[in-house]
Design a protein around this ligand. Sequence first.
Ligand code: NAD
Length: 341
Amino acid sequence: MKIITEEILTELIKKHGFENYLRDLMKKLREDFSRWEEFNKIPRPSMQVPGGVLELMPICGKRYYTFKYVNCHPKNPERADKLMTVVATGQLSRIDTGYPLMVSEMTLHTALRTAATAALATNFLARKNSKIHSIIGTGAQSEFLVKALNMVRNIKEVRYFDTDPLAMDKFEKNLKGNKFKMVRCKNTQEAVRGADIITTCTACKAHVDVLKNSWIKEGAHINGLGGDTVGKTELEFSILPRCKIVVEYFDQAVVEGEIQRFDKREAKKKVYAELHEIFTGKKSARNNEKEITLYDSVGIALEDYSALTLTYELTQKYNLGEELNLTPVLQNPKDLISILK
Ligand code: NAD
């Protein structure tokens, strides 16, 4: 079985190229979302714990089964041992035998697949001539999002704000040398001024009005990524009725997304489409220059499936990944105790 550590994934991405990986992942995501009905899926079971949430994300396709374990603990970076807010691990198994093929780090994978899915959604929903991207929350996910969105739109200016100035310093350092103009802002209102695309990616376990309704202009596209569990949202509620809302998977979004603030029947009426309906053209994306579109993202297991299957293919191409036995290798499959002899 292949073990994909963070070091191995880093090596793989260096060999393949960061943009190539994101491009291939976008292609795979689009294909997988287009085969939506083929997957056996459930809204993820999540367990609220003091200071955070723990989630398990399984999904079964025609060939593979994958799952991810992921957390979100917004106060982790403030700890003396400086832990990340979101970390994850995952597995890919073959369905014909049930044997695991790959156990993997999923923290980097999560950032990559979240950014790639948001870029695809943006490509369908944002105005074609979008030039200004505002990002609120410049933490671990932020640079991935900026880079991925730049692959689908000709972004000339990135405006940004984070309540932590050190997070903005880090963001600036990591994105230095890019072609677009970087504008550091004093608050969110200033950051979203004139924005064509707004990405919110903050972490706070509460209903917080990171974005206010009065700041959102006609024609904007919003990627709402940080409202992704029960009791954790980022948009002033009055923004939602103004938007054409697209979610990944209604049954999960209604519990975890911005739309959790509607009652379920109301949410059903307010949501325009699931992503797969947009990707396949079953429903039209943006209809005019004035619509405000919202990609209300919570992150679903299918996105991890696409990332894990892409990485698995690339580990074969580049002959990467440590082979270790996490399941027994036996002469006689009924003689498990022989391992201990
Ligand atoms: P992070 O802790 O590294 O970064 C979050 C940043 O937001 C921090 O720098 C923090 O200072 C800032 N922040 C908090 N409140 C703010 C506010 N009101 N205004 C401006 N900045 C604020 O976390 P991360 O790994 O970057 O994840 C960010 C969020 O994205 C989390 O809530 C996480 O759950 C979510 N997430 C969603 C998906 C998805 O698929 N939708 C995937 C991954 C992460």
